[in-house]
Ligand binder design. Sequence first.
Ligand code: KG4
Ligand code: ZN
Length: 339
Amino acid sequence: MPITILGIESSCDDTAAAIIRDGIILSNLITNQDIHRAYGGVVPELASRAHQANIVPVIDQALERAGIGLEDVDAIAFTKGPGLLGSLLVGVSFAKGLSVARNIPLIEVNHLQAHVLAHFIREKEREKAMPEFPFLCLLVSGGHTQMIIVRDHLDMEVIGMTTDDAAGEAFDKCAKVMGLPYPGGPVIDRMAVRGDKNRFRFSKPSMPGLDFSFSGLKTSFLYFLREKIRENPDFVSENSDDLAASLQHTIVSILTDKVVEAVASTGITRVALAGGVSANSGLRGRLQEEASARGWQLFIPDFVYTTDNAAMIAITGYYKYIRSDFTGLDVVPAARYGL
Ligand code: KG4
Ligand code: ZN
């Protein structure tokens, strides 16, 4: 009997639903909430209201595109956390309601674990190499920056993490200082392609072991710009591409240096990237160079599976389903929820 999982993701500002059958993706839908753009960041109250408006049509369409009905779904996987409490509540409550209505099991999913397991999403038309265990995963998103040893689908150990801002936050906050729209990461990425990455130098933190820090970079970037703007009010607009390229180069170097250290200290040469920042072309390119120079095997997810999506929730649900790892109706969302 095939195993069909409906995945629901609502941890931040994307309402998403996906259907996975036996590990193969049948549909993957996302509605982005443009409403936050005007505020330069996600407004939690607006996010949960938008999830409420979006969740039924998104799930409906996911089922329709997969060519199945609710009666064909074997279990509902949903994001328990981490994330915004009000946003998570919408997905958790909806999943519970469906589970009761259809009398099918619920599966809680850790959003961070799901980002890592995005590497195991298969597409019908396309064979893709998947990392063998154990592998290292650099998880870089808007809320998290972690170095993880992945020993099995559901067995992961965090060996390094940020002590302050996440890598995505560093992109977004510096972009905001430059007057760029939210989220700034993809905007910086596009501008960086045209800029000179060696034009400006920003200091890198000296963090012990495999931990990261990005708040110092954000502050030094802010002070640097303030000083330059005092001399020339048009400094940012006249140098925006070089600023973007130099900033991106600094963030990419901080991340890459830690991957090199993690490989050296663990002896694991299979390296995977996950999370929204792994969409960054500079990071992808730099790690590809390091991987071929150092003989690592590098795994980078397809763009659609780097940023938040429900396919990663559904694939995690699939691995939990085959282990009969189900969740009771008393489950509550967890804003903070470690791996
Ligand atoms: O994984 P994700 O979609 O959501 C979280 O779980 O946080 O990651 C969102 C983050 C944002 O900070 C966004 O600016 C960043 O990923 N991001 C990028 C790129 N695309 C998304 N950062 C740099 N370059 C990109 N191309
Ligand atoms: Zn995420």
